[in-house]
Unconditional design. Structure first.
Length: 533
């Protein structure tokens, strides 16, 4: 039996973030990971052939760019631990199969010039829309990386000003409703909506409007980026920080349960029988649907509500390819963006019908995005070669066989998506493809059974009733588990939502507050030692 101040279940980027902050606060921290490698949804590995580095799940890092962990380098990830981000001037582009393009440059003026080619009115409307988005961004972001407000307090606070009431209104609408209110061109609407749905949300689902409103602010304030060397370099930098501050990371260590004594979480028991005790508390990447499995002592009403949490409406069938030569867009590689959407629908109705298929258990080969990561980062493959990351939206439960049918069907759906990709890339030919690996929604769940349930790599749906202090439920929204003192939660299913946010910072703030530690003082501490070479 070993003893630590804090033990952490799960070495995804959120768990590593919380652990690194607590270690910087002077706590003796141990992180346990079930798999042979760490990073969770933020990992980059040689999945097919040596020398070709693929992002297993997350690819582009957007929302984390507003996190003080990044903006203020609170953990020294840039100055000491080797993290480097790539920020292109073209964060987001949509390409249609007839050669039409719509580009969102980081520069707002340039973007408005682009939009004016389709609609002069929309160009001016977009400018005002984006400026409003950028204007509220500081207030909005300030709540994303700290413990969330209780829902009642949040609504009451927002209802005190015109600006707050406006945001509250947007948060409860659908993204489709928002773009229809502001713009006239279907091309612009499609461009915005298709990007928003990367968050695994339908364009017409209530409670998704904030994505449509806030993304222009993010793009024109911070841009979109990926770490040099792959998404997993963020996790590697966090692991270095953890080690530098005295913490420890152990892989191949699967947790069976949280040890609870007298209503307090006091450690973790591994599947091999080893127990690891924690004096101050436990941090767990535990999806609400499996909370009962790991912490059966949780009060029954809390467990029942946790098991009712709504997953995202769809998942992805992900295609990894190794390429002999770098890909070339038919419209020209000057249109390669950090996020490149590939579309062959020209009306909202046509696109919405494709999303409706997902609701009915069908895969739409037309709902795709993807590109060659070596366009921006040649270090990801041997010289001149390419690494393709291809997303195809897909339901977890197929109408013809449910989730159990994915192992049999994932390759044929990947074939249909490949035929669609070829409409946009001139050299995505059989002789250029050296290897392929397809990861279905069920594969995502297998990869992280305590976080990616139902293939939901974003944890749970981003609906209004699962936001702020109600994400994932009102019981768990405080980042703690009621009835179990000293147990804290991290993961994509917690505030502020799925994707790469560095949300473990909020868990660390809550834990420090409960322990009487001054978070601002911890973050202000100068990091000693030399930088990573």
């Amino acid at each position: 039996m070993s003893s630590w101040d804090i033990v952490v279940m799960g070495a995804g980027h959120n768990g590593l973030t919380a652990a690194a902050y607590m270690a910087k606060a002077g706590k003796k921290v141990l992180v346990l990971e079930r798999k042979p490698h760490f990073g969770g949804g933020v990992s980059t590995r040689e999945l097919i052939q040596p020398g070709f580095w693929h992002d297993e799940h997350s690819n582009v890092h957007i929302m984390i760019q507003g996190n003080p962990m990044i903006r203020e380098d609170e953990l020294g990830l840039f100055s000491h631990f080797g993290l480097e981000y790539i920020y292109p001037e073209l964060p987001h582009a949509s390409v249609w199969d007839d050669g039409t393009v719509m580009r969102s440059w980081k520069d707002l003026d340039r973007t408005c010039e682009e939009i004016a080619r389709f609609s002069a009115r929309d160009a001016e409307a977009y400018r005002a829309f984006a400026q409003t988005s950028m204007g509220v961004l500081p207030m909005f972001l300030s709540g994303l990386y700290s413990p969330p407000f209780p829902m009642g307090a949040f609504v009451a606070m927002m209802d005190q000003s015109d600006e707050g009431r406006f945001l509250l209104d947007v948060m409860q609408r659908s993204a489709l409703d928002v773009v229809n209110q502001y713009f006239e061109s279907d091309i612009l609407k499609l461009h915005i909506l298709r990007m928003v749905t990367e968050n695994l949300q339908m364009p017409d689902e209530l409670g998704t409007g904030m994505g449509a409103f806030i993304m222009p602010g993010i793009i024109h304030s911070y841009g979109c980026s990926m770490p040099k060397g792959g998404s997993g370099q963020l996790s590697k930098a966090l692991a270095r920080a953890l080690g530098h501050f005295g913490g420890e990371l152990r892989c191949n260590s699967e947790v069976r349960r949280v040890i609870v004594q007298s209503g307090k979480a006091v450690g973790l028991e591994l599947t091999d029988g080893e127990t690891i005790m924690a004096r101050d508390g436990v941090i767990g990447a535990i999806h609400p649907h499996v909370l009962r499995k790991f912490v059966a002592e949780t009060p029954e009403p809390v467990l029942r509500r946790a098991e009712r949490v709504t997953p995202s409406t769809f998942s992805i069938n992900l295609t990894h390819l190794t390429l002999r030569e770098r890909l070339r867009l038919r419209v020209g590689n000057q249109t390669n963006a950090m996020m490149t959407e590939l579309m062959d629908f020209y009306t909202l109705r046509d696109m919405l019908l494709e999303y409706d298929k997902l609701r009915r258990g069908e895969v739409s080969s037309r709902l795709i995005a993807g590109g060659d990561n070596t366009i921006f980062d040649p270090s990801r493959a041997p010289e001149g070669a390419g690494v393709f990351y291809g997303v195809n939206f897909a339901p977890y439960d197929l109408f013809d066989g449910g989730s159990a049918a994915w192992d049999e069907q994932k390759e044929q759906h990947a074939d249909k998506a490949l035929a669609q990709y070829r409409k946009f890339y001139e050299n995505l030919t059989d002789d250029n493809i050296m290897g392929r690996l397809v990861r279905s929604p069920v594969d995502h769940e297998r990869d992280s059974p305590a976080s990616f349930l139902k293939g939901d790599i974003h944890g749970c749906a981003p609906f209004f009733y699962q936001t702020v202090g109600h994400r994932p439920t009102h019981d768990l929204g405080s980042l703690r588990v009621p009835g179990i003192d000293g147990l804290y939660l991290v993961g994509p299913f917690m505030h502020p939502g799925g994707g790469v946010f560095g949300a473990g910072r909020a868990t660390a703030i809550q834990m420090m507050d409960d322990m009487g530690l001054a978070y601002d003082k911890v973050c202000g501490q100068k990091i000693q030692g030399s930088a990573v070479q």
